[in-house]
Design a protein around this ligand. Structure first.
Ligand code: ITT
Length: 193
């Protein structure tokens, strides 16, 4: 069975593909021939996830899900939040990471969380699933796997960053994995019904 995932982010696609391996074949925007940078003009994760999924429903008439996600840093009033992808002005991860580290310089409270909201539109109905993981922001980068803010995010209960984990390990605990598990449980309930 196929499922369309409305993203331009190759890393997200890879994580979702690994998680759904053997259950769903995941097609991203490129795979369905959509090369639009879908405007994310809402001011919440829920709103932006829904803008992405509904774009595909409207323009391609396909059921679809989308992920809007980001890093919320407690001492920065939950920034970068919905601005995570372009916090420092561009999509350059190093610039974004450096801006977070700079703003946190000298600040003791390093608490942060990653959040994902998935919007799944099925037969015109929007279903939302949320995943959160708490952790802390390191003072220096560590690890080279993953993407985005992974090199500075250490999940609670671990002494390594997301960027030091294999994709399999990250997929067991991440915000995206938690939201995805909720969506999978929802889809499973449907096929059993
Ligand atoms: P799409 O909208 O096309 O899906 P995007 O990268 O623009 O791709 P978002 O608007 O949801 O996605 O922004 C999410 C940003 O938050 C992402 O670019 C990273 O900077 C950060 N982020 C989200 N999940 C992350 C993760 O698992 N690890 C590290 N950084 C993450």
């Amino acid at each position: 069975k196929k499922l369309v995932f409305a993203t331009n982010n190759q890393h997200k696609t890879e994580e979702i593909r690994l998680a759904l391996n053997g259950i769903y074949e995941v097609l991203n925007l490129e795979d369905i021939g959509c090369f639009t940078d879908i405007p994310e003009t809402a001011d919440t994760f829920e709103g932006n996830a829904t803008l992405k999924s509904s774009y595909v429903v409207e323009h391609y008439n396909l059921d679809c899900f989308a992920d809007d996600s980001g890093l919320e840093v407690e001492a920065l009033n939950n920034e970068p939040g919905i601005y995570s992808a372009r916090y420092a002005g561009s999509r350059d991860s190093m610039d974004n990471i450096n801006l977070v580290l700079q703003k946190l310089a000298g600040i003791e409270n390093r608490n942060a969380r990653f959040k994902t909201v998935i919007s799944l539109i099925q037969n015109g109905v929007n279903h939302l699933f949320e995943g959160v993981i708490n952790g802390t922001i390191r003072t220096e980068l560590s690890g080279s796997k993953g993407f985005g803010y992974d090199p500075i995010f250490q999940p609670d209960g671990y002494d390594i960053t997301f960027a030091e984990m294999s994709m399999d390990e990250k997929n067991k605990i991440s915000h995206r994995a938690i939201a995805l598990q909720k969506m999978m449980a929802f889809l499973k309930k449907q096929t059993n019904a």
